[in-house]
Design a protein around this ligand. Structure first.
Ligand SMILES: NC(=O)c1ccc[n+]([C@@H]2O[C@H](COP(=O)([O-])OP(=O)(O)OC[C@H]3O[C@@H](n4cnc5c(N)ncnc54)[C@H](O)[C@@H]3O)[C@@H](O)[C@H]2O)c1
Length: 275
């Protein structure tokens, strides 16, 4: 997990309306609709969402607090209709406060892990996994459907692995590329004939125009790989497109944010408890 910088997230609370409009232009759905779709939840969950209280607990361990992180998570949760608050206390005090105030969900992150826990059901959602599923859902909507189409997953770590699981559910054909051969072999062992291994992004992109970019490296996708109708759904931070690739790719064909899709999907999955 790349550590977010305050500059990556400081504008999130003020820009959620614009963010939603842009997301709708790209996918035909706004943040809450994508999160519900990713969590395989129907409209019956709306009442549950509006009754859900969430506590976002700042965690000081490791490299410490990221300024604006808890506030950004609170803003995203509030935007999708959850009653969310940052706890006054940090760490264990914050956890005690959340339980005392009868929060239904808690959100907490350290340097390695970001989780949502439903305190009523003990259901835990990992941000990396929810993010993988969220970006597949967004790609599914933006492309009209991934069913029976080839989708390239670049980077098969925690996010990429969860993305592959969701692509299997949505009946896509899955191409994978990772610089780590062993990780690709592991994925092949789990998903067998559902995945096809490639040894370069360039070669794989000859077979598809749909990409999940989940590798934390710069300059993975070059301008020459951006052909007509390429759609890139990219949780990766940093964003692995060269400057020229970014110029060539129409902005409506790029789905990318530092927190919003992942956090909204964590919340919905924690509320409905379905994987
Ligand atoms: N936008 C969000 O909300 C959000 C949420 C969680 C994670 N992320 C980002 O998603 C990315 C993946 O996170 P993760 O938790 O799966 O990380 P991870 O470390 O578990 O997996 C990353 C994978 O990418 C591979 N990789 C690295 N460089 C590569 C390259 N140049 N080409 C191909 N593969 C390469 C690694 O071998 C590894 O398998 C990170 O950039 C992370 O910061 C974003």
């Amino acid at each position: 997990m790349t550590r977010l910088a305050p500059i990556d997230i400081k504008d999130i609370p003020n820009n959620l309306k614009t963010y939603d409009m842009e997301l709708e232009l790209k996918t035909g759905a706004n943040l809450i609709q994508i999160a519900k779709n990713a969590a395989h939840a129907g409209n019956e969950v709306d009442v549950k969402i509006s009754k859900t209280k969430a506590a976002v607990i700042p965690v000081t361990s490791g490299l410490g607090l990221i300024s604006g992180f808890a506030e950004a998570v609170v803003a995203i949760l509030t935007h999708i209709g959850v009653k969310a608050k940052k706890t006054n206390g940090n760490d264990v005090s914050g956890l005690a406060e959340a339980v005392r105030k009868k929060a239904d969900l808690i959100f907490m992150a350290d340097d390695d892990k970001f989780i949502a826990v439903n305190l009523n059901t003990q259901y835990i959602v990992d941000n990396s996994e929810a993010t993988g599923r969220a970006y597949v859902t967004a790609l599914d909507l933006a492309s009209g459907s991934v069913q029976a189409r080839s989708v390239l997953v670049i980077g098969v770590g925690k996010v990429g692995f969860a993305a592959i699981g969701e692509l299997v559910k949505r009946e896509a054909t899955i191409l994978i590329y990772d610089i780590n051969e062993q990780k690709m072999e592991y994925v092949k062992k789990i998903f067998k004939d559902r995945v096809k291994i490639f040894h370069s992004v360039k070669e794989a992109m000859n077979y598809t125009n749909l990409v999940i970019l989940a590798a934390p490296s710069k300059k993975i996708i070059h301008a020459g790989m951006i052909t007509n109708n390429v759609i890139i759904s990219a949780p990766a931070i940093p964003l692995g497109l060269t400057e020229n690739a970014l110029i060539r790719l129409p902005s409506r064909n790029l789905i990318h944010d530092p927190l919003q899709l992942g956090v909204a999907t964590m919340a919905l999955e924690a509320i409905v408890g379905i994987l």
